[in-house]
Write a protein that binds this ligand. Structure first.
Ligand code: GLU
Length: 451
């Protein structure tokens, strides 16, 4: 009898905790997947024997490196850079780079692990990775950002490549940072290839990439509601965050007839009971984008809106909620309040914004829940299309890309549904996403033998 026959979920998690001490976000992400996978593979000996889950939960490689740069006052600064290459069973490593003061190995390992399942769900050939640095872009000048990005790429370039590992943006990394990093990659290697996605349209980027994550989240929400016999029209929606994902989720929800009433940043949230209009969202994009302002200014700009310092939007009654800020921003208490106030569905725009306890509360209350690895996969999916365009040296039209994004999100919804049947007819999308994402990666790994 194989040793693995004796390992139950608790023993598996004990091992994960022992091997990854103090990495609470990583342990949380692995547990969330392991619960469903243990159930699914209970009668599938082959996955046990090959220790597939144990192998997916052990990154192929974690690279960590020093990043030195000089600030505007000529002080030498030292940051830590990382690339976590989690799994490349179904394609080159793929996943964003995060620049934020909270970044550490645990957060990047959780993100790379999640990315593996997310990328699998898109149906495109992409493995899972994530990287970044504890560099804090807040308050930095443009030249400081440039020097940091160049220094970061001076080490990263040896670990990435268009057929090896293709990073993109995430929190703190947008078109400006991708530009500086791509410029440095090209300069060091003298190769013009699709080594990064999220590039500017003029230099190899893809139309629709910027909008893709936020639009995709709302498409997933639309598909969940439609499956339940409902629609977005007339629904009140809360959104957290005010970055790229949040504003585009709000924009698409508005186009599809919902009333979006909140946005937030690390200082608090704004509530506009009348709902955002196109013009108001354009103002937010300008204010948060080039001007890099705070969301509190919205309440000064628009009558009827209020700013709530130090709070998240979850006490505002709504039918739909889209957490688009960061991990662990919806706790069990928030979920209880949201459910009590009549929440029908939540779709995660950020990665793992809801804690495992919060998801449990929503599930018990019968609230539909679209997990990040399914709901926010539109971004990386269009990154996959950017890679395809770069490889073939063509640029696709906007209408083609928009309709491909819609189809891909529908495909993800369908893949989740195949494994989403919970007790009492509840459609458990979290479980469906875990199993569908796992199966493709696991079967590829079986084909490769013990590697
Ligand atoms: N950072 C995004 C995500 O969490 C996008 C990754 C990519 O485009 O590679 O999926």
């Amino acid at each position: 009898m194989a040793i693995s026959d004796h390992v139950d979920l608790d023993q598996f998690m004990d091992g994960v905790k022992r091997r990854n001490p103090g990495e609470t976000e990583f342990q949380q992400a692995v547990y969330e997947v392991a619960v469903d996978i243990f159930d699914y593979i209970a009668d599938k000996e082959i996955y046990h024997e090959a220790q597939i889950l144990r192998r997916i939960a052990e990154p192929d490689r974690v690279v960590s490196f020093r990043v030195c740069w000089e600030d505007d006052n000529h002080n030498v600064r030292v940051q830590r850079g990382y690339r976590v290459q989690n799994n490349n069973a179904i394609g080159p490593y793929k996943g964003g780079l995060r620049f934020h003061k909270s970044v550490n190995q645990s957060i990047l390992k959780f993100l790379a692990f999640e990315q593996t399942f997310k990328n699998s769900l898109t149906g495109l050939p992409m493995g899972g990775a994530k990287g970044g640095s504890d560099f804090n872009p807040k308050g930095k000048s443009d030249s400081e950002i440039m020097r940091f990005c160049q220094s970061f790429m001076t080490e990263l370039y040896r670990h990435v490549g268009e057929d090896t590992d293709v990073p993109a943006g995430d929190i703190g990394v947008g078109a400006r940072e991708i530009g500086y990093m791509f410029g440095q990659y090209k300069r060091i290697t003298n190769r013009y290839v699709g080594v990064l996605t999220g590039k500017g349209i003029e230099w190899g980027g893809s139309l629709v990439r910027k909008e893709a994550t936020g639009y995709g989240v709302v498409y997933f929400l639309e598909d969940m509601l439609r499956h339940a016999g409902e629609g977005l029209e007339g629904k009140v929606m809360t959104v957290s965050g005010s970055g790229n994902v949040a504003v585009h989720a709000a924009e698409k929800a508005l186009q599809l007839g919902a009333r979006v009433v909140t946005l937030s940043d690390s200082e608090g949230f704004i509530h506009d009971p009348d709902g955002f209009t196109r013009e108001k969202l354009e103002w937010v994009k300008r204010h948060k984008g080039h001007r890099r302002g705070r969301i509190s200014a919205y309440a000064e700009e628009f009558k009827g809106a209020s700013f709530h310092e130090g709070e998240r939007p979850w006490r505002v009654p709504c039918d739909l909620a889209c957490p688009c800020a960061t991990q662990n921003e919806v706790h069990a208490d928030d979920a209880r309040l949201l459910a009590k106030n009549g929440l029908k569905a939540m779709a995660e725009g950020a990665n793992m914004p809801a804690t495992n306890d919060a998801v449990k509360v929503l599930r018990e209350a019968g609230v539909l829940f679209g997990p990040a690895k399914a709901a926010n996969a539109g971004g990386v999916a269009v990154s996959g299309l950017e890679m395809a365009q770069n490889s073939t040296r063509i640029a696709m039209r906007e209408d083609e890309l928009q309709s491909l994004l819609r189809d891909i999100m529908q495909g993800i919804h369908g893949r989740c549904l195949e494994h989403a049947q919970g007790p009492d007819g509840y459609v458990d999308y979290a479980k469906g996403a875990n199993i569908a994402g796992f199966k493709k990666v696991a079967d590829a790994m079986l084909a490769f033998g013990i590697v």
